[in-house]
Design a protein around this ligand. Sequence first.
Ligand code: SF4
Length: 182
Amino acid sequence: MSQYVTQCEGYSFTLVNIDCIRDSTHFNIVMDLERPIEELLPYLASRLPGCTYTHGTGVVNLMDTGHIVGIYPDRITITDVAGIEEARGLCARYFGIIREVEVNRSSITPVLRKRSTVSVMTILRALPGTNCGLCESATCMAFAASVYRREASMAACPPLRMNLEDCESLFEQLRENGYPVP
Ligand code: SF4
């Protein structure tokens, strides 16, 4: 497993080649923070729509355009990065979010309770299950996966739009997790 360490102001990051192949473009990032951010985690959880966070566990998890991101008191891990330029951009972005949350902390409502989490199956259970294809996905399962990855909105299922009142509790859960709802 090869590693490439880059130092930046406020943090350093290591690019880990998880294929063990010299020309691989398949890396994970481990970003080490110079200053611990444990007390900021509930505020970051509030700032990052769609993340999962249980107060006191010391980790905020989220999916970010295909990357699985874990934010811990002393580091951030990000999976599936194509190379150093993408890694630089992602680390700079997350460090920027930390700084922004730090500065605006007094105006952010922290997450101090367990958030209900959304899974593909949660979304699938609310869909009609007819696999009609009107949403341009081959099946309801494929559509549920697209919604979960934030590539589609529940509003793109026409049969669902006719029975919105039946889905209010799911919509509430989706809203809480930062998903757009009809
Ligand atoms: S439009 Fe709705 S019911 Fe039809 S396949 Fe898509 S998700 Fe399923």
